[in-house]
Design a protein around this ligand. Sequence first.
Ligand code: PBG
Length: 324
Amino acid sequence: MPFPQDRLRRLRATEGFRRMVRETRLSPDNLIAPFFVVEGRDERQPIGSMPGQWRLSVDHLIKDAGEVYALGVPAILLFGVPARKDETGSEAWTPDGIVPRAIRAVKDRVPDLVVITDLCVDEYTTHGHCGIVQDGRILNDETLECLQKMALSHARAGADMVAPSDMMDGRVAAIRRALDAEGFSQVPIMAYAAKFASCFYAPFREAAASSPQFGDRQSYQMDSANIREALREIELDIQEGADIVMVKPALPYLDVIHAARRAFDRPVAAYQVSGEYSMIKAAAQNGWLDERRAMLETLVSIRRAGADLILTYYAKEAARALHG
Ligand code: PBG
């Protein structure tokens, strides 16, 4: 006979009580801020599909990176938007390419900020796929070599961590091998382990100009219906040497985050992707949602599901909100 003895509302009565019994914490420490970096100087190009986000040239990137670090966010994730694309994405591993230059500049100006780089050729290829293409197929093993070269060019420039997002089989082992062979055994790998073929990446593809020019990504990214397969993907990436495993997107896959948290004793990251961000933005711009509350509620939900780390375009705003 719980009621009237049990009254759960007692501990909801004041903010003091609520703070004391809050089960899930969200801190700037949990956040990773993604940035898009372009060639040139004084470039701050608004991304139409992602209001409040920009493609930045390196001079602006170092300012914004410094700001997020000052707000307590420990890490950024860099995406390169190169001026030149080709069939194999060779610009992705040139030593003085856009991302290596960005890494050097950020490490020079904000040395304690953890710089993570996205490893994938799709922003660098004319066809926009995450690998080498032959006769309309995306080749797996040939792509691994590109990823190895890309990882090395970033590590040589001073990247603190690399994050393969391509979903080729065997990439984590291949990247680990290449890094170790060149003296970068201390550079961790955050694997986009369970990355689903999602419509929620659409705003990002405008940001990075990386829409596939034919077909779609379903032959390498995961079917959204599959959770057992997601756990296999994560397990394999761990066996291959992933230090942090990621689930992506976040909100439509909270069950996958939760299952990963329970099954594996590794840091779990979740990516609140462009579409998740832009949905909230669009609703807020229409006056339909309170943006600040929607941002914090979704981020806390992702934490509650079990993510240690959240990659989010809201990193700066959320860190600011958390400081009160
Ligand atoms: C691939 C990559 C993508 C995202 C991160 N890395 C695009 C894709 O797979 O189509 C999406 C991130 C987002 O939507 O915010 N380089």
